[in-house]
Write a protein that binds this ligand. Structure first.
Ligand SMILES: Cc1cc2nc3c(=O)[nH]c(=O)nc-3n(C[C@H](O)[C@H](O)[C@H](O)COP(=O)(O)OP(=O)(O)OC[C@H]3O[C@@H](n4cnc5c(N)ncnc54)[C@H](O)[C@@H]3O)c2cc1C
Length: 327
């Protein structure tokens, strides 16, 4: 019997488990595959919403809180695990949308400073992380902090009695706990009392082999982006496809992502496409992230629906859910 069971070992589940363990809880984290291999692995690692004015206040608040702690958090994880999440203050060049009235109102409201780039684009001081490394570091760190990780074990349903959750029934055995936190990403729907809310939004990405320093910052235009990594690799993303849990990737998308890259950076025309993949963002019908206590069960908590911003919002979402669990 643990104090807390966390369902799902993506960035949201592992960050939540970390903060719960730091707060003194005995935590068991259960994942149906291996931790950190789904959306959190597939994402681009930009530590900001792409167009923040399109999101609600909670998303913006969690983003700002996370941005303020990310660098120190990555340093801590690097020290404890030996794996460098490669937090980079690369900056982001936004080629579109920033002239809209929503964008201007948002910048005024949050006192966001920006620089006009030579070509008229907007330069913002956004950072990025190398998310697969961040996940590796985080996993090692939470193991050191005493979190018990149970992988290749699917939570099939919650074990409930009246208005309380007693634990979870899994593909292997039952696990009991005082509190259960659902962080199952795009798969959360089946474990929530709230119905028809969370669904998968597939995104395809590619990575190109390029010269170190070919692009100094992230480039964003019309929802697509180019992200430079420290070793010269360049990520290009991403599509938005509502196709259920279909992981297929296709050549047409691969070519169109590559074309987007070389239209913005001509030198990338001959760059080799090293890998092409897809992932499922946890989208919500309301467009809102859910970091809350469940309405039906007293000791059930939900941390999901982070859509395009889960890597960005994870530290603050973990802080918030830990506060709610310990209230
Ligand atoms: C192409 C793409 C680009 C992106 N780019 C960015 C970006 O630049 N910046 C950003 O902030 N965000 C980005 N995102 C979004 C971000 O990746 C997600 O919001 C975030 O990863 C969600 O984290 P999660 O932990 O909720 O989900 P996941 O990482 O998907 O983790 C959920 C976990 O739950 C497990 N699970 C599910 N059901 C069960 C069950 N029944 N029992 C046990 N385990 C279960 C799964 O195996 C999985 O490990 C991107 C996403 C994609 C797909």
């Amino acid at each position: 019997m643990s104090d807390c069971i966390v369902i799902g070992g993506g960035i949201i589940g592992m960050m939540s488990a970390r903060m719960l363990a730091i707060s003194g809880a005995e935590v068991t984290l259960i994942d149906q595959r291996e931790c950190g291999k789904e959306s959190s692995w597939a994402g681009g690692g930009i530590i900001s919403p792409l167009y923040p004015w399109q999101y609600d206040d909670l998303t913006n608040d969690l983003s700002f809180e996370s941005q303020a702690i990310y660098e120190a958090l990555c340093d801590d994880l690097h020290h404890s695990s030996g794996v460098d999440p490669q937090y980079q203050k690369s900056g982001l060049l936004m080629m579109d949308e920033f002239e809209s009235s929503e964008a201007k109102a948002w910048m005024k409201r949050y006192h966001i400073g920006y620089d006009r780039h030579v070509d008229g684009a907007l330069f913002t001081h956004v950072a990025s992380v190398r998310n697969p490394r961040l996940l590796q570091a985080l996993k090692a760190d939470i193991i050191q902090k005493g979190v018990k990780i149970v992988e290749h074990t699917q939570v099939e349903n919650l074990i409930t009695k009246e208005d309380r959750v007693l634990g979870v029934h899994t593909s292997k055995s039952d696990f009991l706990a005082d509190k259960v936190i659902t962080c199952a990403g795009a798969w959360s729907e089946q474990l929530l009392t709230l119905k028809d809310e969370i669904f998968p939004m597939k995104g395809q990405m590619i990575v190109l082999k390029a010269q170190v320093g070919e692009i100094p910052h992230v480039i964003l235009n019309q929802g697509r982006y180019i992200i430079p990594r420290a070793d010269g690799k360049i990520l290009i993303g991403s599509t938005m496809e509502e196709v259920g849990f279909n992981r297929d990737i296709d050549d047409q998308t691969k070519q169109s992502l590559h074309e987007f890259a070389w239209q913005h950076v001509p030198a990338l025309k001959n760059a080799e496409i090293e890998y092409h993949w897809s992932g499922f963002r946890p989208a919500s019908r309301s467009g809102k992230v859910i970091v809350a206590k469940d309405e039906s069960y007293q000791n059930l908590f939900i941390n999901t629906g982070h859509f395009r911003n889960g890597l960005n919002m994870a530290p603050a979402s973990a802080n918030k859910i830990t506060k709610l669990v310990n209230e």
